[in-house]
Design a protein around this ligand. Structure first.
Ligand code: PFF
Length: 468
């Protein structure tokens, strides 16, 4: 860290830690966050949610939420991280020691611990598909029932899940994430190019145009409250909001980096990848299944059923399948590494445990919780929590319940404890805060109201009080 920054640190009213290392500049910061943000959420989760919850109307609601609500939350978390130089538990702790501050900090920190187990299960599915493409099973993978019979045979899912988790943990323990990051940064442009090629192929299939229309043109008849609830959960998930990650990344950000500009760039990049994934998958569903509503509702399995069909029909299906699943695997790995890293550093910082021990603890959590999710479609399929499979339940618990609470705690901290003007001041250390008016209004009024509406709706729908 240079002298100038150290000097700034000394001036900081929040007593920042001089020894904290930092990103080299805006580009370094944007790339690092994009690395963590672009993952299974964009390629696997976004298309199936868009297909399930209304197509164009989902896309529209997602974009509006991202540009307003998401924007405000990213700026808030990043600024709090930069201001306090701490990850969430420490950041909340700087402003108070009482229970509400502890809860606010810990809820942000615990969410990644609940996400990473089931994230690794899906990572395992991707691993398996890559392996099968390498083995030349292109036709078999394109079979309608392949995916279902795979996830219902417990042992195989468990093995691939464990393999994925092992790779993540080995990388964390060996501390070689930088190597992986370099590889995946090179891979990112390839992923984009491949996504463009596959999208073009997908949208030009016979009957695919209906799918393009379904995905792009909002149809208000498809709107339901669930569209908003799902879009908001997805926004949190995809942009890594309300999981402590942005606090942590913000804490490594230099004072001169423009928070607004970097937030916009991260949002554009993350959304562009999700949008391309939607274009790859949704028109293909229309083409291969004649827009069958049941297939559109397929949920988590959509990517694993539709894309293999597209690839098999492309001629060079095996090569494309290998490259595609390799890239998705890398995107999933870099995201999982940053999830695991955030869990490990919370344990190190807050409990004072050594890195290796913290990694083992996280490993145990991943194996136990992940195994439940992995087996939830097979031998544990009789376990239904609130009508959901175990994996879906963890997804719902984190995205629809815990993340809104975490986001609400950030809003309350800013509005009622720190003061919005302090946040504005911190943002303006690097440049003029152009959307200051929007920010102030949103953080105070709209964000809390949106969050409460979503929370109440999620709870009511789960307990069958309202039907969407
Ligand atoms: N944003 C990632 C995705 O869309 O796949 C998921 C994620 C990764 C969330 C890393 C949080 C995180 F720390």
């Amino acid at each position: 860290m240079n002298n100038e920054t150290n000097q700034e640190n000394n001036l900081d009213p929040f007593g920042r830690d001089n020894e904290r290392s930092s990103f080299s500049g805006r580009l370094g910061y944007v790339l690092a966050v994009a690395e963590s943000a672009v993952g299974l959420g964009n390629i696997w989760r976004f298309p199936y949610l868009a297909a399930k919850y209304g197509g164009g109307i989902f896309l529209l609601v997602y974009l509006i939420l991202m540009l307003t609500f998401g924007y405000v939350l990213i700026v808030s978390e990043t600024t709090l991280g930069r201001m306090t130089r701490k990850s969430p538990v420490g950041a909340f702790g700087k402003f108070g020691k009482s229970l509400p501050f502890k809860i606010g900090g810990w809820i942000n920190a615990i969410i990644p611990m609940l996400i990473i187990p089931y994230y690794s299960v899906i990572g395992g599915w991707v691993f398996k598909y890559l392996f099968e493409y390498l083995r030349g099973s292109t036709e078999a993978l394109a079979d309608d029932n392949y995916f279902t019979s795979f996830i219902t045979t417990g042992a195989s899912v468990e093995v691939w899940f464990l393999l994925f988790s092992l790779v993540v943990l080995l990388i964390i323990v060996a501390g070689v994430e930088h190597g992986i990051e370099k590889v995946s940064k090179m891979m990112m442009p390839i992923l984009v190019i491949l996504a463009i090629i596959v999208s073009i192929y997908s949208v030009t299939r016979p009957g695919a145009l209906e799918g393009v229309k379904y995905f792009l043109i909002p149809n208000f008849n498809n709107f339901s409250w669930m569209t908003v609830v799902a879009a908001m959960g997805q926004m949190f998930y995809s942009l890594s909001i309300a999981m402590g990650i942005l606090y942590t990344y913000g804490s490594y950000m230099k004072k001169e980096v423009d928070i607004e500009k970097s937030t916009s760039q991260i949002e554009i990049f993350d959304t562009a990848i999700a949008f391309l994934a939607g274009l790859m998958i949704i028109p293909a569903v229309f083409s291969f299944f004649n827009g069958d509503p049941e297939k559109l509702q397929a949920g988590p399995s959509l990517m694993f059923i539709t894309l293999p069909k597209v690839f098999a029909s492309m001629g060079m299906g095996r090569i494309i399948g290998i490259v595609f699943f390799l890239l998705v695997l890398l995107a999933a790995l870099t995201s999982a590494i940053s999830l695991a890293e955030s869990c490990v550093s919370t344990i190190e910082d807050q409990l004072g445990w050594k890195r290796n021990i913290a990694s083992v603890v996280i490993g145990i959590i991943i194996v136990i919780l992940g195994s439940f999710s992995a087996l939830g479609f097979g031998m544990l399929d009789f376990v239904q929590i609130l009508g959901m499979s175990i994996l879906d339940f963890f997804d719902f618990l984190t995205n629809s319940l815990m993340m809104p609470i975490a986001a609400l705690s950030t809003c309350i901290l800013i509005v009622y404890v720190i003061g919005i003007d302090k946040i504005v001041e911190e943002v303006e250390q690097s440049s003029k805060f152009k959307r200051k008016g929007l920010y102030k209004f949103f953080i105070k009024y709209l964000a809390p109201v949106c969050i409460l509406v979503i929370l109440v709706s999620s709870l009511a729908s789960v307990f069958g009080l309202i039907k969407f």
